[in-house]
Design a protein around this ligand. Structure first.
Ligand code: ADP
Ligand code: MG
Length: 481
Protein backbone atom coordinates (compact mmCIF):
# COMPACT_ATOMS: atom_id res chain seq x y z
CA UNK A 1 0.00 0.00 0.00
CA UNK A 2 1.24 3.48 -0.79
CA UNK A 3 2.26 5.45 2.28
CA UNK A 4 -0.04 8.29 1.17
CA UNK A 5 -2.94 5.83 1.34
CA UNK A 6 -1.91 4.41 4.68
CA UNK A 7 -1.59 7.79 6.42
CA UNK A 8 -3.60 10.99 6.55
CA UNK A 9 -2.01 14.38 7.15
CA UNK A 10 -3.88 16.83 9.37
CA UNK A 11 -2.99 20.50 9.23
CA UNK A 12 -4.18 23.57 11.13
CA UNK A 13 -2.94 27.02 10.16
CA UNK A 14 -2.51 30.17 12.18
CA UNK A 15 -2.19 33.22 9.94
CA UNK A 16 -1.18 36.57 11.42
CA UNK A 17 -2.26 39.55 9.34
CA UNK A 18 -0.97 43.02 10.16
CA UNK A 19 -3.91 45.40 9.99
CA UNK A 20 -3.46 48.40 7.71
CA UNK A 21 -4.41 51.00 10.31
CA UNK A 22 -2.44 54.26 10.40
CA UNK A 23 -1.64 53.90 14.09
CA UNK A 24 -0.96 51.09 16.55
CA UNK A 25 -3.50 48.99 18.43
CA UNK A 26 -3.33 50.88 21.73
CA UNK A 27 -1.60 54.20 20.98
CA UNK A 28 -1.09 56.82 18.26
CA UNK A 29 2.36 55.65 17.08
CA UNK A 30 2.63 55.17 13.33
CA UNK A 31 2.56 51.65 11.90
CA UNK A 32 4.55 52.73 8.80
CA UNK A 33 6.99 50.11 7.51
CA UNK A 34 10.67 50.88 6.92
CA UNK A 35 11.15 53.88 9.25
CA UNK A 36 14.48 54.34 11.07
CA UNK A 37 14.63 51.86 13.98
CA UNK A 38 12.97 52.86 17.24
CA UNK A 39 11.34 56.03 15.92
CA UNK A 40 7.69 54.91 16.31
CA UNK A 41 8.00 54.36 20.03
CA UNK A 42 5.95 56.42 22.47
CA UNK A 43 6.02 55.60 26.20
CA UNK A 44 2.97 53.36 25.61
CA UNK A 45 4.82 51.26 23.03
CA UNK A 46 7.80 51.11 25.38
CA UNK A 47 5.56 49.91 28.20
CA UNK A 48 6.50 52.64 30.65
CA UNK A 49 4.73 52.36 33.98
CA UNK A 50 1.74 54.63 34.39
CA UNK A 51 0.88 54.88 30.70
CA UNK A 52 -2.66 54.15 29.64
CA UNK A 53 -3.44 52.28 26.41
CA UNK A 54 -6.61 52.97 24.41
CA UNK A 55 -8.14 50.63 21.83
CA UNK A 56 -7.93 51.59 18.15
CA UNK A 57 -11.50 51.50 16.82
CA UNK A 58 -10.37 51.00 13.22
CA UNK A 59 -8.56 47.79 14.18
CA UNK A 60 -11.72 46.43 15.79
CA UNK A 61 -13.68 47.35 12.66
CA UNK A 62 -11.14 45.58 10.42
CA UNK A 63 -11.29 42.41 12.53
CA UNK A 64 -15.08 42.40 12.26
CA UNK A 65 -14.84 42.87 8.48
CA UNK A 66 -12.67 39.80 8.18
CA UNK A 67 -14.96 37.86 10.49
CA UNK A 68 -18.02 38.71 8.43
CA UNK A 69 -16.21 37.87 5.19
CA UNK A 70 -15.34 34.46 6.72
CA UNK A 71 -18.89 33.72 7.89
CA UNK A 72 -17.92 33.95 11.57
CA UNK A 73 -20.11 34.68 14.52
CA UNK A 74 -19.15 38.10 15.94
CA UNK A 75 -18.76 38.28 19.72
CA UNK A 76 -20.61 41.31 21.12
CA UNK A 77 -18.90 41.51 24.52
CA UNK A 78 -15.16 41.76 24.25
CA UNK A 79 -12.13 42.45 26.36
CA UNK A 80 -8.38 42.25 26.02
CA UNK A 81 -6.16 40.12 28.22
CA UNK A 82 -2.50 40.06 29.17
CA UNK A 83 -0.46 37.09 28.05
CA UNK A 84 2.58 37.26 30.29
CA UNK A 85 5.99 36.20 29.08
CA UNK A 86 9.45 37.67 28.86
CA UNK A 87 10.79 38.41 25.44
CA UNK A 88 13.49 40.97 24.59
CA UNK A 89 11.32 42.65 21.95
CA UNK A 90 8.22 42.77 24.14
CA UNK A 91 9.04 45.62 26.54
CA UNK A 92 5.90 45.39 28.70
CA UNK A 93 6.62 41.79 29.70
CA UNK A 94 3.23 40.76 28.35
CA UNK A 95 1.38 40.76 25.07
CA UNK A 96 -2.13 42.18 24.90
CA UNK A 97 -4.27 39.56 23.17
CA UNK A 98 -7.74 38.09 22.90
CA UNK A 99 -6.55 34.55 22.67
CA UNK A 100 -9.24 32.90 24.80
CA UNK A 101 -12.13 35.26 23.97
CA UNK A 102 -11.87 36.00 20.26
CA UNK A 103 -13.90 38.70 18.56
CA UNK A 104 -14.84 36.27 15.72
CA UNK A 105 -15.75 32.63 16.26
CA UNK A 106 -16.13 29.61 13.96
CA UNK A 107 -16.84 30.46 10.29
CA UNK A 108 -15.16 29.11 7.19
CA UNK A 109 -13.13 30.07 4.13
CA UNK A 110 -14.06 28.54 0.77
CA UNK A 111 -11.23 27.26 -1.41
CA UNK A 112 -11.21 25.57 -4.81
CA UNK A 113 -8.61 22.85 -5.27
CA UNK A 114 -7.98 20.22 -7.93
CA UNK A 115 -10.52 18.02 -6.15
CA UNK A 116 -13.25 20.66 -5.97
CA UNK A 117 -14.76 23.11 -3.52
CA UNK A 118 -14.04 22.97 0.20
CA UNK A 119 -15.12 25.11 3.14
CA UNK A 120 -12.12 25.24 5.47
CA UNK A 121 -13.47 25.48 9.01
CA UNK A 122 -12.15 28.26 11.22
CA UNK A 123 -11.73 28.10 14.94
CA UNK A 124 -11.48 31.85 15.52
CA UNK A 125 -10.11 35.22 14.50
CA UNK A 126 -8.74 37.28 17.35
CA UNK A 127 -7.06 40.64 17.78
CA UNK A 128 -3.64 41.03 19.36
CA UNK A 129 -0.62 43.30 19.28
CA UNK A 130 2.61 42.43 17.48
CA UNK A 131 6.00 42.34 19.22
CA UNK A 132 9.09 44.27 18.08
CA UNK A 133 11.87 42.76 15.99
CA UNK A 134 15.11 41.19 17.21
CA UNK A 135 17.82 41.49 14.57
CA UNK A 136 20.58 38.97 15.09
CA UNK A 137 22.68 39.41 11.96
CA UNK A 138 23.56 43.12 12.11
CA UNK A 139 26.25 43.01 14.83
CA UNK A 140 28.63 40.20 15.71
CA UNK A 141 28.35 40.47 19.47
CA UNK A 142 24.87 41.89 19.97
CA UNK A 143 21.27 41.40 19.05
CA UNK A 144 19.68 44.66 17.91
CA UNK A 145 16.09 45.43 18.82
CA UNK A 146 13.72 47.57 16.79
CA UNK A 147 10.49 48.34 18.63
CA UNK A 148 8.74 50.12 15.74
CA UNK A 149 6.59 47.05 15.14
CA UNK A 150 5.74 46.56 18.83
CA UNK A 151 2.04 47.24 19.37
CA UNK A 152 1.06 47.00 15.70
CA UNK A 153 -2.44 45.50 15.36
CA UNK A 154 -2.71 41.92 14.18
CA UNK A 155 -5.55 39.57 13.58
CA UNK A 156 -4.77 35.91 14.00
CA UNK A 157 -6.91 33.67 11.83
CA UNK A 158 -6.90 30.13 13.22
CA UNK A 159 -8.32 27.13 11.37
CA UNK A 160 -9.62 23.92 12.84
CA UNK A 161 -7.35 20.95 12.07
CA UNK A 162 -9.27 20.73 8.81
CA UNK A 163 -6.66 20.76 6.05
CA UNK A 164 -5.20 17.56 4.68
CA UNK A 165 -2.53 18.45 2.15
CA UNK A 166 0.09 21.04 1.26
CA UNK A 167 -2.01 21.88 -1.78
CA UNK A 168 -5.06 22.72 0.36
CA UNK A 169 -2.89 24.85 2.64
CA UNK A 170 -1.49 26.67 -0.39
CA UNK A 171 -5.01 27.47 -1.64
CA UNK A 172 -6.14 28.49 1.83
CA UNK A 173 -3.33 31.00 2.42
CA UNK A 174 -3.75 32.32 -1.12
CA UNK A 175 -7.45 32.88 -0.38
CA UNK A 176 -6.73 34.58 2.95
CA UNK A 177 -4.25 36.93 1.29
CA UNK A 178 -6.77 37.73 -1.44
CA UNK A 179 -9.51 38.39 1.13
CA UNK A 180 -7.50 40.74 3.36
CA UNK A 181 -6.38 42.69 0.30
CA UNK A 182 -9.91 42.71 -1.10
CA UNK A 183 -11.21 44.13 2.19
CA UNK A 184 -8.34 46.67 2.34
CA UNK A 185 -7.50 45.63 5.88
CA UNK A 186 -3.94 44.36 5.27
CA UNK A 187 -1.52 44.82 2.37
CA UNK A 188 -0.89 41.05 2.30
CA UNK A 189 2.80 41.62 1.73
CA UNK A 190 4.49 38.47 3.01
CA UNK A 191 8.06 39.67 2.33
CA UNK A 192 7.54 42.61 4.69
CA UNK A 193 5.92 40.32 7.25
CA UNK A 194 2.40 41.77 6.94
CA UNK A 195 1.14 38.22 6.57
CA UNK A 196 2.84 35.33 8.38
CA UNK A 197 1.80 31.76 8.83
CA UNK A 198 2.45 29.07 11.45
CA UNK A 199 1.65 25.56 10.25
CA UNK A 200 0.62 22.80 12.68
CA UNK A 201 1.07 19.39 11.16
CA UNK A 202 0.32 15.87 12.35
CA UNK A 203 -0.11 12.52 10.67
CA UNK A 204 -2.42 9.65 11.64
CA UNK A 205 -3.38 6.31 10.18
CA UNK A 206 -6.21 6.78 7.71
CA UNK A 207 -9.51 6.03 9.41
CA UNK A 208 -8.11 6.89 12.86
CA UNK A 209 -10.24 9.51 14.67
CA UNK A 210 -7.71 10.69 17.24
CA UNK A 211 -5.31 13.42 16.12
CA UNK A 212 -1.62 12.59 15.99
CA UNK A 213 0.99 14.58 17.89
CA UNK A 214 1.63 17.82 16.06
CA UNK A 215 4.68 19.84 15.19
CA UNK A 216 4.41 23.56 14.57
CA UNK A 217 6.52 25.26 11.89
CA UNK A 218 6.74 28.94 12.81
CA UNK A 219 6.86 32.14 10.79
CA UNK A 220 6.49 30.99 7.21
CA UNK A 221 6.87 34.13 5.14
CA UNK A 222 5.68 33.08 1.71
CA UNK A 223 2.90 30.90 0.38
CA UNK A 224 5.51 28.77 -1.36
CA UNK A 225 7.27 28.18 1.94
CA UNK A 226 4.00 27.16 3.61
CA UNK A 227 3.60 24.49 0.96
CA UNK A 228 7.22 23.35 1.02
CA UNK A 229 7.35 23.18 4.83
CA UNK A 230 4.18 21.08 4.98
CA UNK A 231 5.37 18.73 2.23
CA UNK A 232 8.65 18.24 4.05
CA UNK A 233 7.02 17.69 7.46
CA UNK A 234 4.47 15.17 6.17
CA UNK A 235 7.26 13.09 4.61
CA UNK A 236 9.47 13.43 7.68
CA UNK A 237 6.74 12.42 10.14
CA UNK A 238 5.62 9.48 8.00
CA UNK A 239 9.26 8.38 7.83
CA UNK A 240 9.51 8.43 11.64
CA UNK A 241 6.23 6.55 12.05
CA UNK A 242 7.37 3.90 9.58
CA UNK A 243 10.51 3.43 11.69
CA UNK A 244 8.24 2.84 14.68
CA UNK A 245 9.29 6.06 16.41
CA UNK A 246 6.98 8.27 18.45
CA UNK A 247 6.49 11.89 17.42
CA UNK A 248 7.57 14.62 19.84
CA UNK A 249 5.52 17.79 20.03
CA UNK A 250 7.95 20.33 18.69
CA UNK A 251 8.32 23.85 17.41
CA UNK A 252 10.29 23.97 14.17
CA UNK A 253 11.61 26.54 11.74
CA UNK A 254 11.83 26.44 7.95
CA UNK A 255 15.12 26.72 6.07
CA UNK A 256 14.25 28.22 2.68
CA UNK A 257 17.76 27.53 1.33
CA UNK A 258 17.04 23.79 1.08
CA UNK A 259 13.29 23.51 1.77
CA UNK A 260 13.74 21.61 5.04
CA UNK A 261 12.76 22.29 8.65
CA UNK A 262 14.72 22.04 11.89
CA UNK A 263 13.69 21.84 15.55
CA UNK A 264 13.95 25.03 17.59
CA UNK A 265 12.35 23.82 20.80
CA UNK A 266 10.53 20.87 22.28
CA UNK A 267 7.17 21.63 23.82
CA UNK A 268 7.01 19.19 26.73
CA UNK A 269 4.48 21.13 28.76
CA UNK A 270 2.13 24.01 28.00
CA UNK A 271 3.40 27.40 29.12
CA UNK A 272 1.51 29.15 31.87
CA UNK A 273 1.00 32.68 30.63
CA UNK A 274 -0.97 33.84 33.68
CA UNK A 275 -3.66 35.06 31.41
CA UNK A 276 -5.95 37.75 32.89
CA UNK A 277 -8.10 40.66 31.61
CA UNK A 278 -6.04 43.83 31.12
CA UNK A 279 -7.24 46.21 33.86
CA UNK A 280 -6.05 49.25 31.87
CA UNK A 281 -8.34 48.59 28.92
CA UNK A 282 -12.09 49.01 29.05
CA UNK A 283 -14.10 46.02 27.81
CA UNK A 284 -16.03 46.95 24.69
CA UNK A 285 -19.53 46.07 23.58
CA UNK A 286 -20.49 45.86 19.91
CA UNK A 287 -24.09 46.71 19.11
CA UNK A 288 -25.95 44.70 16.46
CA UNK A 289 -26.46 47.96 14.52
CA UNK A 290 -22.73 48.64 14.44
CA UNK A 291 -22.00 45.13 13.16
CA UNK A 292 -24.82 45.41 10.64
CA UNK A 293 -23.44 48.72 9.34
CA UNK A 294 -20.04 47.11 8.74
CA UNK A 295 -21.73 44.20 6.98
CA UNK A 296 -23.67 46.53 4.69
CA UNK A 297 -20.45 48.30 3.81
CA UNK A 298 -18.58 45.13 2.78
CA UNK A 299 -17.64 44.97 -0.90
CA UNK A 300 -18.94 42.09 -2.99
CA UNK A 301 -16.60 39.22 -2.14
CA UNK A 302 -14.57 37.31 -4.72
CA UNK A 303 -16.45 34.00 -4.48
CA UNK A 304 -19.85 35.65 -4.87
CA UNK A 305 -18.53 37.79 -7.70
CA UNK A 306 -17.10 34.74 -9.49
CA UNK A 307 -20.53 33.11 -9.41
CA UNK A 308 -22.16 36.29 -10.66
CA UNK A 309 -19.74 36.50 -13.61
CA UNK A 310 -20.59 32.92 -14.52
CA UNK A 311 -24.35 33.20 -14.26
CA UNK A 312 -24.84 36.72 -15.55
CA UNK A 313 -22.15 36.96 -18.22
CA UNK A 314 -21.86 33.31 -19.23
CA UNK A 315 -18.16 33.15 -18.42
CA UNK A 316 -16.42 29.86 -17.63
CA UNK A 317 -15.58 29.16 -14.00
CA UNK A 318 -11.89 29.51 -14.84
CA UNK A 319 -12.28 32.92 -16.50
CA UNK A 320 -14.63 34.19 -13.80
CA UNK A 321 -12.29 33.10 -11.00
CA UNK A 322 -9.28 34.64 -12.76
CA UNK A 323 -11.14 37.95 -13.11
CA UNK A 324 -11.66 37.82 -9.33
CA UNK A 325 -8.05 36.93 -8.48
CA UNK A 326 -7.60 40.44 -7.09
CA UNK A 327 -9.87 43.39 -6.47
CA UNK A 328 -8.00 45.49 -9.03
CA UNK A 329 -8.66 42.87 -11.75
CA UNK A 330 -12.38 42.68 -10.98
CA UNK A 331 -12.58 46.44 -10.74
CA UNK A 332 -11.03 46.83 -14.18
CA UNK A 333 -13.41 44.26 -15.67
CA UNK A 334 -16.36 46.11 -14.12
CA UNK A 335 -15.14 49.32 -15.76
CA UNK A 336 -14.76 47.75 -19.21
CA UNK A 337 -18.26 46.27 -19.17
CA UNK A 338 -19.67 49.76 -18.80
CA UNK A 339 -18.50 50.25 -22.42
CA UNK A 340 -18.88 46.81 -23.98
CA UNK A 341 -20.99 43.69 -23.58
CA UNK A 342 -18.42 41.41 -25.23
CA UNK A 343 -17.81 39.67 -21.92
CA UNK A 344 -15.90 36.68 -23.24
CA UNK A 345 -13.70 38.86 -25.46
CA UNK A 346 -12.98 41.22 -22.54
CA UNK A 347 -11.96 38.26 -20.39
CA UNK A 348 -9.73 36.90 -23.17
CA UNK A 349 -7.95 40.21 -23.67
CA UNK A 350 -7.55 40.90 -19.95
CA UNK A 351 -6.40 37.41 -18.98
CA UNK A 352 -4.31 36.87 -22.12
CA UNK A 353 -2.10 39.56 -23.63
CA UNK A 354 -2.80 42.28 -21.04
CA UNK A 355 -2.01 40.12 -18.03
CA UNK A 356 1.08 38.85 -19.81
CA UNK A 357 2.24 42.45 -20.17
CA UNK A 358 1.41 43.28 -16.53
CA UNK A 359 3.30 40.20 -15.30
CA UNK A 360 6.35 41.19 -17.34
CA UNK A 361 6.20 44.68 -15.84
CA UNK A 362 5.43 43.32 -12.36
CA UNK A 363 2.33 45.46 -12.23
CA UNK A 364 -1.37 44.77 -11.72
CA UNK A 365 -4.59 46.13 -13.19
CA UNK A 366 -4.57 49.08 -10.80
CA UNK A 367 -1.55 50.55 -12.59
CA UNK A 368 -2.68 49.81 -16.11
CA UNK A 369 -2.48 52.89 -18.36
CA UNK A 370 -4.82 51.38 -20.95
CA UNK A 371 -8.20 52.94 -20.24
CA UNK A 372 -11.20 50.57 -19.93
CA UNK A 373 -13.01 52.54 -22.67
CA UNK A 374 -10.00 52.15 -24.98
CA UNK A 375 -9.94 48.38 -24.48
CA UNK A 376 -13.68 48.30 -25.24
CA UNK A 377 -13.06 50.28 -28.45
CA UNK A 378 -10.24 47.95 -29.46
CA UNK A 379 -12.49 44.92 -28.93
CA UNK A 380 -15.15 46.56 -31.07
CA UNK A 381 -12.67 47.14 -33.92
CA UNK A 382 -11.94 43.42 -33.97
CA UNK A 383 -15.61 42.54 -33.60
CA UNK A 384 -16.51 44.67 -36.63
CA UNK A 385 -13.65 43.07 -38.60
CA UNK A 386 -11.96 46.42 -39.06
CA UNK A 387 -8.74 45.03 -37.63
CA UNK A 388 -8.06 41.35 -37.20
CA UNK A 389 -7.28 39.92 -33.77
CA UNK A 390 -3.66 39.01 -34.33
CA UNK A 391 -2.84 42.46 -35.72
CA UNK A 392 -4.79 44.11 -32.89
CA UNK A 393 -3.00 42.15 -30.17
CA UNK A 394 0.49 42.16 -31.65
CA UNK A 395 0.64 45.67 -33.17
CA UNK A 396 -2.03 47.96 -31.65
CA UNK A 397 -2.10 46.70 -28.07
CA UNK A 398 1.62 47.27 -27.33
CA UNK A 399 1.23 50.91 -28.39
CA UNK A 400 -2.01 51.40 -26.46
CA UNK A 401 -0.54 49.88 -23.30
CA UNK A 402 2.02 52.68 -23.16
CA UNK A 403 0.12 55.60 -24.74
CA UNK A 404 -3.52 56.41 -24.66
CA UNK A 405 -4.97 56.77 -28.18
CA UNK A 406 -8.12 56.09 -30.15
CA UNK A 407 -7.62 52.53 -31.49
CA UNK A 408 -9.34 53.38 -34.80
CA UNK A 409 -7.21 56.48 -35.44
CA UNK A 410 -4.12 54.52 -34.42
CA UNK A 411 -4.96 51.58 -36.73
CA UNK A 412 -5.43 54.00 -39.63
CA UNK A 413 -2.23 55.87 -38.94
CA UNK A 414 -0.28 52.60 -38.67
CA UNK A 415 -1.94 51.38 -41.88
CA UNK A 416 -3.33 48.30 -40.13
CA UNK A 417 -6.99 48.50 -41.11
CA UNK A 418 -8.30 45.23 -42.41
CA UNK A 419 -8.85 45.30 -46.15
CA UNK A 420 -12.21 43.97 -47.27
CA UNK A 421 -11.99 45.53 -50.73
CA UNK A 422 -12.76 42.62 -53.12
CA UNK A 423 -10.26 43.70 -55.78
CA UNK A 424 -7.36 44.05 -53.37
CA UNK A 425 -8.11 40.66 -51.81
CA UNK A 426 -8.50 38.99 -55.19
CA UNK A 427 -5.11 40.35 -56.26
CA UNK A 428 -3.41 38.81 -53.16
CA UNK A 429 -5.28 35.53 -53.65
CA UNK A 430 -4.17 35.35 -57.31
CA UNK A 431 -0.56 36.05 -56.29
CA UNK A 432 -0.66 33.29 -53.65
CA UNK A 433 -2.08 30.75 -56.11
CA UNK A 434 0.41 31.71 -58.80
CA UNK A 435 3.31 31.37 -56.37
CA UNK A 436 2.58 27.72 -55.50
CA UNK A 437 1.56 25.78 -58.61
CA UNK A 438 2.60 22.38 -57.21
CA UNK A 439 0.52 22.92 -54.05
CA UNK A 440 -2.42 23.90 -56.22
CA UNK A 441 -2.08 20.58 -58.04
CA UNK A 442 -1.96 18.66 -54.74
CA UNK A 443 -5.00 20.54 -53.46
CA UNK A 444 -6.91 19.69 -56.60
CA UNK A 445 -6.02 16.03 -56.12
CA UNK A 446 -7.82 16.17 -52.78
CA UNK A 447 -5.33 17.48 -50.19
CA UNK A 448 -7.87 20.01 -48.91
CA UNK A 449 -5.89 20.69 -45.73
CA UNK A 450 -3.53 22.80 -47.85
CA UNK A 451 -6.09 25.62 -47.70
CA UNK A 452 -4.38 26.85 -44.52
CA UNK A 453 -1.11 27.23 -46.40
CA UNK A 454 -2.76 29.46 -49.01
CA UNK A 455 -4.54 31.52 -46.35
CA UNK A 456 -1.19 31.97 -44.61
CA UNK A 457 0.43 33.07 -47.85
CA UNK A 458 -2.27 35.72 -48.41
CA UNK A 459 -1.87 36.84 -44.80
CA UNK A 460 1.84 37.33 -45.41
CA UNK A 461 1.36 39.21 -48.68
CA UNK A 462 -1.31 41.47 -47.13
CA UNK A 463 0.68 41.94 -43.93
CA UNK A 464 -2.22 40.51 -41.97
CA UNK A 465 -4.68 43.03 -43.28
CA UNK A 466 -6.84 40.91 -45.56
CA UNK A 467 -10.13 39.83 -44.01
CA UNK A 468 -9.48 36.10 -43.40
CA UNK A 469 -13.12 35.07 -43.94
CA UNK A 470 -13.21 36.67 -47.38
CA UNK A 471 -9.78 35.27 -48.20
CA UNK A 472 -10.79 31.72 -47.33
CA UNK A 473 -13.99 31.74 -49.31
CA UNK A 474 -12.36 33.31 -52.38
CA UNK A 475 -9.46 30.83 -52.23
CA UNK A 476 -11.87 27.90 -52.01
CA UNK A 477 -13.86 29.24 -54.90
CA UNK A 478 -10.78 29.59 -57.11
CA UNK A 479 -9.02 26.36 -56.10
CA UNK A 480 -12.18 24.29 -56.59
CA UNK A 481 -12.74 25.64 -60.11
P1 ADP B 1 -1.63 26.96 20.23
O1 ADP B 1 -2.31 28.21 20.59
O2 ADP B 1 -0.85 26.33 21.33
O3 ADP B 1 -0.81 27.06 19.00
P2 ADP B 1 -4.21 25.86 19.37
O4 ADP B 1 -4.98 24.80 20.07
O5 ADP B 1 -4.79 27.20 19.34
O6 ADP B 1 -2.76 25.85 19.98
O7 ADP B 1 -4.00 25.32 17.88
C1 ADP B 1 -3.28 25.99 16.95
C2 ADP B 1 -3.52 25.38 15.58
O8 ADP B 1 -3.07 24.03 15.57
C3 ADP B 1 -4.95 25.33 15.15
O9 ADP B 1 -5.01 25.73 13.80
C4 ADP B 1 -5.34 23.88 15.31
O10 ADP B 1 -6.30 23.53 14.35
C5 ADP B 1 -4.04 23.18 15.01
N1 ADP B 1 -3.92 21.87 15.64
C6 ADP B 1 -4.13 21.52 16.91
N2 ADP B 1 -3.87 20.22 17.12
C7 ADP B 1 -3.46 19.71 15.93
C8 ADP B 1 -3.04 18.42 15.49
N3 ADP B 1 -2.94 17.38 16.31
N4 ADP B 1 -2.67 18.29 14.18
C9 ADP B 1 -2.74 19.33 13.34
N5 ADP B 1 -3.13 20.55 13.70
C10 ADP B 1 -3.48 20.76 14.98
MG1 MG C 1 0.31 28.22 17.81
Amino acid sequence: MLLQEKYEAVIGLEVHAQLATASKLFCGDSTGFGAAPNTHVSPITLGHPGTLPKTNKKAVEYAIKMGLACNCEIEKDNYFARKNYFYPDLPKGYQISQHTTPICKAGYVTIHTSTGRKDVQLNRIHLEEDAGKSIHDLEDDFTCIDLNRAGTPLIEIVTEPDLHSAEEAWHYVTEIRKLVQWLDICDGNMEEGSLRCDANISVRLRGEKKLGTRVEVKNLNSIRNVKKAIEFEIDRIIGLLEEGKTIQQQTRSFDASNDTTFAIRDKEEANDYRYFPDPDLAPFHLSPDYIQAINTDLPELPNALTEKYMSRFGLSEYDAAQLCDAKSTAHYFESVILHSQQYKAIANWMLGPIRQYLNDQQKDFSNLLLKPATLAALIELVQLSKVNFSVASSKLLPVLLENNADPLVLAESMNLMQVSDENAIEAWVNEAIAAMPDKVAEYKKGKKGLIGLFVGEVKKRSQGKADPKQVTSLLEQKLNQ
